[in-house]
Design a protein around this ligand. Structure first.
Ligand SMILES: NC(=O)NCCC(=O)O
Ligand SMILES: [Zn+2]
Length: 533
């Protein structure tokens, strides 16, 4: 009898102890999941318990197919995509008939809360992301800058800045000098911190610019780590020379910005970076391709079999440089970015290259400075902080200039706004697709709604807009981020801290076969050495 009582006591004790264990285990796991978020108090319950959603009867578009289907979402994940899914009582149903139902946009190029040219970009990780969600972008990859050249310190700072995020995000890391510590930090970032790309600035002499020698070391290290090397391709030495020339000519206004860094300097740096990446045999990603000169280098390299990705940005695709010549400084300064927005013709060439697959994905380079910040360069264009808005406008403008004009199908649109980015940065198909198992990042676009862009109604903090007054057809009326409806009926429903950091794993598809090419090359060198003997 005593034995039975003692057995029951033990069983009760083990039961209670294990309940405590599991309680603490799950609490810890939950808090760990939000390790970089602000306190939970600032997040609404909605952030943790996404609703069950059924999107019914829309035109579901992926990069490879388009079909009328329903999309069922549970716990922030797409559970099924098929026709005639039954709606049960507790499921919220969205009628999507007549709407395009597409993966949320992924913006590969943003600069939120970035210190640059004596200013800090006006959109932080909350305001910039809220604007993005209102414009149909559900994830972005921002550029973390080193802190005084220190990569890990810089990265830590950016993770802290992003604690107020309200949508999913990842990071690229910039490399602005070269030494052993930089090399070791790159390794730590790739192996332990979810970084799989490093950006090298070939411009901004005296601040961010790297030398060819530094770039070469960086390319070698990227290859070793399976990380993608990215370049801002402009010849920084020549730009500095061009700027002096303009000042000597008495050209001090925003138009001097464009004249001082002509397309030939973008073409030269693009060619140089491509050739160095070819020498190392590592993939290369050219950010913000703005000119025919750079485009031609990318096409030539791709034709020769080199793995080069070209990213045009929405400003370069949609605009020409005419407003850079506006006599009103405040108007012209809005358009100052680097490489510069080019004369008419370059934008059309970039559009054509995008539609034919010669360029692969579209970014924004959202780097917003308001008019008081831009005013720092009155009387000297070299001091105008470089950067334009776009995180909120990219999806709509691209739909208008590419899909409404017949240059691109909705499937092509999905490819360049979302899928290609997810593939290049190795998070496909969790992102970039509407398929079972993917994150429920989805937009509903009404192709018949028109609206007009204005700084008075946009959601970014910037007080101007480079697309001011543009009337567009086709509106993203609903944005769903991980199963939560965050944008609907012209209203945002977001809270700081609800966004998630998405680690980006190394060795994307771009690295497949690189080792084979290397070993074949080494074998051919050895063979030629033996022949000589
Ligand atoms: N692009 C630009 O003008 N500003 C952001 C920094 C950069 O990407 O070059
Ligand atoms: Zn750049």
């Amino acid at each position: 009898m005593e034995g039975i009582v003692s057995f029951i006591r033990k069983a009760i004790f083990i039961g209670i102890a294990s309940s405590f264990f599991f309680f603490f285990f799950f609490c810890f796991a939950e808090s760990n999941d939000h390790i970089c978020s602000v306190t939970k108090d600032s997040c609404s319950l909605n952030d943790y318990v996404p609703a069950k959603l059924l999107i019914k009867g829309g035109i579901v578009v992926n990069a490879d197919r388009q079909e009328i289907a329903d999309v069922y979402i549970e716990d922030g994940i797409i559970k099924s995509v098929e026709r005639n899914i039954k709606a049960f009582d507790e499921i919220q149903v969205i009628d999507a008939s007549g709407y395009y139902v597409m993966p949320g946009g992924i913006d590969p190029h943003t600069h939120l809360a970035m210190p640059f040219m004596g200013q800090v970009t006006i959109d932080d990780f909350f305001s910039g992301q809220a604007a993005a969600l209102a414009g149909g972008t559900t994830m972005h990859i921002d550029f973390a800058l080193p802190s005084d050249g220190d990569l890990l310190e810089g990265y830590k700072l950016y993770r802290e800045k992003a604690s107020i995020a309200c949508m999913d995000y990842g990071f690229h890391m910039a490399v602005t000098k070269w030494n052993d510590k930089v090399s070791k930090d790159m390794e730590v970032l790739v192996k332990h911190e979810g970084i799989n790309s490093f950006k090298f600035f070939m411009a901004y002499k005296g601040s961010l610019m790297v030398t060819d020698e530094e770039l070469l070391q960086g390319l070698k290290k990227c290859k070793k780590l399976g990380a993608l090397a990215q370049v801002h391709a402009e010849n920084g030495d020549a730009v500095a020379e061009g700027q002096i020339q303009m000042i000597e000519l008495g050209i001090t206004g925003p138009e001097g910005h464009g004249f001082s860094r002509p397309p030939i300097l973008e073409g030269e740096a693009t060619s140089r970076a491509i050739r160095l990446a070819g020498f190392v045999n590592t993939p290369l990603y050219v950010v913000h391709v703005m000119s025919i000169e750079a485009l031609e280098e990318i096409i030539r390299a791709r034709q020769s079999g080199q793995r080069v990705i070209g990213e045009p940005v929405i400003s370069g695709l949609a605009l020409d440089d005419s407003l850079l010549f506006d006599p009103d400084f405040d108007v012209a300064a809005k358009y100052v970015m680097s490489p510069p927005i080019r004369p008419a013709g370059h934008n059309i060439a970039l559009q054509n290259a995008l539609s034919s697959g010669l360029l692969q994905l579209v970014g924004t380079d959202h780097c917003a400075f308001n008019s008081t910040q831009k005013a720092a360069g009155k009387g000297d264009f070299r001091k105008i902080p470089n950067g334009v808005n776009g995180i909120e406008e990219r999806m709509h403008i691209l739909w208008n200039i590419m899909v409404n004009t017949g240059k691109m199908t909705p499937m092509g649109y999905v490819r360049v706004t979302s899928t290609a980015c997810a593939q290049i940065f190795n998070i496909y198909p969790r992102k970039g697709a509407i398929i079972a198992g993917a994150d429920a990042d989805i937009i509903l676009l009404n192709p018949n709604t028109t609206f007009t862009i204005s700084s008075k109604t946009h959601h970014s903090r910037i007080d101007t807009n480079i697309y001011e007054g543009w009337t567009l057809r086709g509106k993203i009326e609903t944005t769903i981020s991980r199963g939560r409806i965050v944008w609907e009926n012209g209203k945002l429903n977001v809270s700081p801290g609800s966004g998630r950091f998405i680690p980006l794993p190394p060795y994307s598809y771009l690295f497949n076969g690189i080792d084979k090419i290397d070993s074949d090359y080494l074998a051919s060198i050895r063979a030629s050495k033996q022949q000589k003997k």
